[in-house]
Design a protein around this ligand. Structure first.
Ligand code: SF4
Length: 323
């Protein structure tokens, strides 16, 4: 729930909209003139496009409890991960155009359905439109903690406009090495950009906190998907988080990698994670001194975790295990 007034929300929405011309919302700074109808590197234009609005019971349990997170999956993406697990919405045509007023009503419907938190997934390229949506939704009574769930490729300038608005940040920190980030996600400067972004998120929201119902009300939870052949450079990534930000930052270390989308074209990414690779990642977690977070059962079938955006509810088989 925003801790700023609606008037401040409106000011932030206007300031964010200014970043669309030329677009410098994210570290790619591709410069598309989106307000004049241009399409960005990410595929987004001026109009808001959404892939799915769902109650998602498969996030880490602390985020949505048994009721689930009310999630809005934004269409398009400012990365191009060759193994993207959401490629149906990030890279292809699974999307529909909507308006802030319509999406605001969707958020209120999710709140009325009992979702303790409301999340925006892949929000980085739609920050102005999300803020415009929140102006309307907050006026109409939206009061749940808000989750910003991004791939970590966010700019600090854009994130500063979210200070006091988002309660929970759920960024990925995908790579501990730039070579891999460029090869697998076409993300120049990913490590420095994502680390700076997560640092700003942690400055705003701090360590993960839960309320009386046991669900998160504030803080940062970083997701790291362990890739085969250490293409995620997991040890380096975890050390960067500890040393560059704080050992108190919470981590979700994910074992669910599945070679989807174009992964089979890349020999080092063309198989599932081996149990011993995930165990090495767990050792790296301990060596890095990170104290809080979630891990997965390395023997789980990746199929258990995969959303299918062709289904009415893409997440009815998706689950994350807590230890
Ligand atoms: S958000 Fe999209 S359009 Fe804007 S700079 Fe990033 S890639 Fe380009």
């Amino acid at each position: 729930m925003p801790r700023v007034s609606v008037r401040v929300l409106e000011d932030r929405a206007r300031a964010a909209r200014d970043l669309l011309r030329p677009c410098r919302l994210c570290p790619r700074r591709c410069g598309a003139d989106r307000l004049a109808g241009g399409k960005g590197w990410c595929g987004a234009k001026k109009e808001l496009e959404v892939a799915s609005v769902v109650i998602h019971r498969g996030e880490e349990p602390v985020l949505g409890g048994s009721a689930g997170v009310g999630n809005v999956f934004l269409a398009h993406c400012n990365l191009a991960c060759v193994f993207c697990q959401n490629h149906q919405i990030s890279q292809t045509a699974k999307r529909f155009r909507t308006e802030p007023a319509v999406l605001a009503q969707n958020l209120l419907d999710l709140q009325a359905a009992g979702c303790p938190t409301i999340g925006f997934v892949s929000p980085s390229h739609y920050v102005p439109q999300i803020l415009e949506t929140l102006v309307i939704a907050v006026r109409r009574g939206l009061d749940r903690p808000l989750i910003y769930n991004s791939n970590g490729y966010d700019s600090v300038e854009t994130l500063e406009l979210l200070d006091g608005i988002f309660d929970i940040y759920l960024p990925d920190f995908k790579y501990g090495g730039d070579e891999e980030a460029r090869a697998c996600s076409d993300a120049p400067g990913y490590v420095e950009a994502a680390l700076a972004a997560i640092k700003e998120m942690f400055r705003q929201a701090g360590p993960l906190e839960t309320g009386s119902a046991g669900t998160a009300v504030r803080g940062v939870l970083v997701r790291h998907l362990v890739l085969p052949n250490d293409m995620s450079r997991t040890g380096e990534a975890l050390l960067l988080l500890t040393r560059g930000i704080s050992p108190d930052i919470s981590i979700s270390l994910m074992s669910q990698y599945n070679p989807l989308h174009r992964a089979m074209e890349f020999p080092l990414l063309s198989r599932r994670l081996r149990e011993r690779e995930y165990e090495a990642a767990l050792e790296a977690l301990e060596e890095a001194g990170l104290r809080e977070g979630f891990v997965q059962d390395p023997l789980s079938s990746p199929g258990e975790y995969l959303p299918d955006f062709d289904r009415a509810n893409p997440f009815d088989r998706y689950q994350v295990k807590e230890t």
